[in-house]
Design a protein around this ligand. Structure first.
Ligand code: SF4
Length: 243
């Protein structure tokens, strides 16, 4: 069997979405509407190109040696990869037959109750927690925080290797209580290996304009190095390893 998935794009030499050099598959389809999304062209699943797991695996194994020599592997990102669970599950299992480790990059919004087998199959989860304050989360994403926290709790229960990603946006996610709340919440999770504080950037702004969407962060400044260090220090104070 070779299930098809909708793919937005592929990066055969990624270095920021998990350890080592990685083959990154950006899937199409997302139910979130993050104000800072730099890939709004991934939102509609049917805008992607259909590819079967067999086709992808045949391409991925060409890069196997340099990925594995750097401690890398494959990352399935998006969009939101867990909107295509059958495709992702099959792809992970096929890659495992070649001893290629697989990470999933998710916002944790899809219902974990239907996805446990997919999450269990992955070697690493990169979980994006957009905010810890529920109102800010709703403002940033237009969705509720509760699903993402349930997702995080499942990762903890199953002791799944997890990296957390938090995007620092001045005047939006930067409140000290917000960052501290997240740091405190994560500090009890022994499965969390790393926290990444990612600075807000505007590289996707032109895509919003091209698609006719209203980009609300036009006047939001890029964070300074000092601001990012301030956020990183909060996570460190709670005993978390920060990248
Ligand atoms: S979850 Fe990711 S792809 Fe979806 S809207 Fe947010 S930033 Fe964009």
């Amino acid at each position: 069997m070779s299930t098809s998935g909708y793919i937005h794009s592929i990066d055969t030499f990624g270095s920021v979405d998990g350890p080592g050099i990685r083959y990154i598959i950006f899937t199409s389809g997302c139910l979130m509407r993050c104000q800072y999304c730099h890939n709004p062209d991934t939102w509609k699943m049917k805008d992607g190109i259909e590819k079967t797991t067999d086709k992808l695996v045949a391409d991925i194994i060409r890069y196997k040696s340099y990925m594995l020599n750097t401690g890398g592997g494959v990352t399935i990102s998006g969009g939101e990869p867990l909107l295509q669970p059958d495709f992702v599950y099959e792809l992970i299992n096929k890659l495992h037959t070649f001893n290629i480790p697989v990470a999933i990059d998710t916002c944790g919004f899809p219902n974990i109750d239907n996805l446990k087998h997919v999450v269990d199959a992955a070697d690493l989860i990169l979980l994006d927690i957009k905010s810890f304050d529920p109102e800010t989360y709703k403002l940033v994403t237009s969705r509720e925080l509760s699903n993402t926290l349930r997702f995080a709790e499942y990762l903890q229960q199953t002791n799944k290797r997890t990296w957390i990603r938090f995007v620092y946006v001045p005047n939006l996610t930067d409140a000290k209580e917000n960052i501290e709340g997240l740091a405190k919440y994560l500090s009890t999770m022994t499965n969390v290996e790393l926290v990444e504080v990612l600075p807000f950037h505007k590289m996707g702004e032109h895509k919003w304009e091209l698609l006719g969407y209203d980009y609300k962060l036009k006047n939001t400044p890029i964070p300074t190095e000092k601001e990012i260090e301030f956020a990183r220090d909060i996570f460190k104070r709670y005993g978390l390893k920060v990248q």
